[in-house]
Design a protein around this ligand. Structure first.
Ligand code: UDP
Length: 236
């Protein structure tokens, strides 16, 4: 196994599947099965899930809701997704713990680093909900920060595209995919891999990121086994 402990970042939008809003149960089930494959290989798995399918802080400003309030609403949205994913993982026979960046005591544990690591060592899948717990951050930053804290080998950013391209492949047919990139190249080329906070955290702490298509069955499994899938962004 190339990666023993991973942090999987899933966007909230990915959970929508074919829907325009909310959670698609088929997509949820599909993700649970993909995650099960790597659990069965013995990989230690932490997951950060976004909330964009339900609510984003920036969207609040347009509706007259205060930005900070909106960000907390966004964090609660991620928690809803995290709860749905937790349920789906458990229905597929996996043991899980949900840890939250803000206190929601009846629903989940607060994030405590040593505890998170212990859960992983015991074979539980740890889901980090409610982001970092502070406004003005994103779940990409949460993924980077938590991955560093739990000493994950890599951040696997599951998206709807199969990697990082020279231009938006949906708009520009001549766009080509990068197999590997250094942090420096990605920065100089202004490639949108994660927001700057998240990106810098990964770069400064030597934490590789792989952007890959989570909707292709087997991709996640083949990645942790060491196959070259998607785009690897690292220090080299
Ligand atoms: N958010 C926040 N702090 C965090 C994580 C998330 O304030 O540490 C809020 C922010 O408003 C963000 C929303 O939660 O827009 C949903 O997260 P994100 O947009 O990262 O979700 P994704 O785009 O991955 O679905």
């Amino acid at each position: 196994m190339k990666y023993k402990r991973i942090l999987l970042k899933l966007s909230g939008e990915a959970l929508m599947g074919e829907k325009k809003y909310g959670i698609d149960s088929n997509r949820l089930e599909q993700y649970a099965q993909e995650i099960k494959k790597i659990k069965d290989l013995g990989v230690e798995i932490a997951i950060v899930i976004g909330g964009g399918n339900i609510f984003r802080g920036v969207q609040a400003e347009r509706t007259g809701i205060d930005r900070v309030q909106g960000d907390y609403m966004g964090m609660l949205a991620t928690l809803i997704n995290a709860m749905a994913l937790q349920s789906s993982l458990e229905q597929n026979g996996m043991y899980t713990r949900l840890m939250s960046g803000i206190k929601v005591e009846s629903v989940c544990e607060p994030f405590i680093r040593r505890r998170a690591i212990r859960h992983l060592e015991k074979g539980r899948i740890v889901i980090f909900g409610a982001g970092i717990g502070n406004p003005y951050f994103t779940t990409d930053s949460t993924a980077a920060l938590r991955a560093i804290e739990i000493e994950a080998d890599v951040v696997l950013k599951g998206t709807r595209v199969d990697g990082v391209y020279t231009a938006d492949p949906e708009k520009d047919k001549s766009a080509t995919k990068y197999g590997t990139l250094s942090f420096q190249e990605a920065y100089e080329k202004n490639l949108n891999i994660m927001d700057m906070t998240a990106f810098t955290l990964c770069q400064e702490n030597n934490l590789p990121i792989i952007v890959f298509d989570m909707n292709v069955p087997g991709n996640l499994e083949n990645l942790v086994k060491g196959e070259e899938i998607g785009t690897l962004i690292s220090s080299n």
